[in-house]
Write a protein that binds this ligand. Structure first.
Ligand SMILES: C[S@@+](CC[C@H](N)C(=O)[O-])C[C@H]1O[C@@H](n2cnc3c(N)ncnc32)[C@H](O)[C@@H]1O
Length: 242
């Protein structure tokens, strides 16, 4: 991932509709799972501290560890107040075992061996602990965003479930989300794929009313998705248990 993308992420992640929606999903699932202050949580590929901020607003005394191989990410996460940060990647042994929950958001595709990385995460969870995994979905949605962020693989739901089961997890949910924008993103990414120029992510702040509307829409989609999971989406999200 380019250092400029870490800067871009740190600049927008507190406000941007996509990050807000993803973190609400994570916080809502961990709350429903009974996470408590003091519980050990590992954020594998923690980025610039946005997930830590979202978690700490709900659980101020969480026993949080973030790991990331990029110093730019760690220094931003440190500035955000993340209490324990380790410079390491998914191909290394997780620094701490006995985790109550592991969060791995848009990072697994960096692992040289994703099956081995998932098996290591599984080994770092205590029995009954949960993994929350988010990944980019559908190869046809590939664009210059993927190039800038270093997304080497996009995933389909059956593949994610298979990888999780292969690593010894029980898969409780594995679903697509961000479905309404799927056609728009396909058109945008196809257009920008062929436009040439420097690869950059799609992470730009839209005007405030549009940003609020998109965040609200994704919240609604999350609630509706409980009843009727969408058959496609720009991301695939799973909750799996050790
Ligand atoms: C797209 S960002 C997502 C960050 C964070 N999970 C979030 O949702 O805000 C991907 C992060 O994974 C980190 N990363 C890159 N290679 C990695 C690896 N092999 N293992 C773990 N993290 C990695 C990058 O430095 C970057 O901070």
């Amino acid at each position: 991932m380019k250092p400029s993308e870490h800067r871009r992420m740190a600049d927008v992640e507190e406000r941007h509709w996509w990050y807000r929606a993803l973190r609400r999903r994570v916080v809502s699932d961990l709350a429903a799972d009974g996470l408590r202050d003091g519980d050990p949580v590992l954020d594998a590929g923690c980025g610039t501290g946005g997930t830590w901020r979202a978690l700490s607003r709900r659980w101020p005394a969480l026993d949080y560890t973030g790991l990331d191989p990029a110093e730019e990410a760690l220094s931003a996460a440190r500035a955000a107040g993340a209490p324990r940060l380790v410079r390491a990647g998914l191909d290394d042994a997780p620094p701490v075992a006995g985790q109550r929950a592991i969060i791995c958001l848009d990072t697994l595709y960096y692992a040289a061996d994703e099956a081995a990385a998932l098996a290591r995460l599984r080994g770092a969870l205590r029995p009954g602990g949960c993994l929350l995994l988010n990944l980019p979905a559908f190869d046809c949605a590939r664009g210059r965003h993927d190039e800038a962020v270093g997304v080497t693989r996009r995933y389909r739901r059956p593949r994610v479930a298979e990888l999780l089961r292969g690593a010894g997890f029980a898969v409780e949910r594995c679903e697509y989300w961000n479905a309404a924008l799927f056609p728009v993103a396909l058109a945008w990414r196809a257009a920008t794929r062929s436009s040439g120029g420097e690869a950059r992510s799609d992470l730009a702040m839209p005007p405030a009313p549009l940003n609020a509307a998109l965040a609200g829409w994704l919240d609604l989609e999350r609630r509706l998705g409980r009843l009727l999971p969408p058959p496609f989406g720009l991301s695939v999200y799973a909750l799996a248990r050790a």
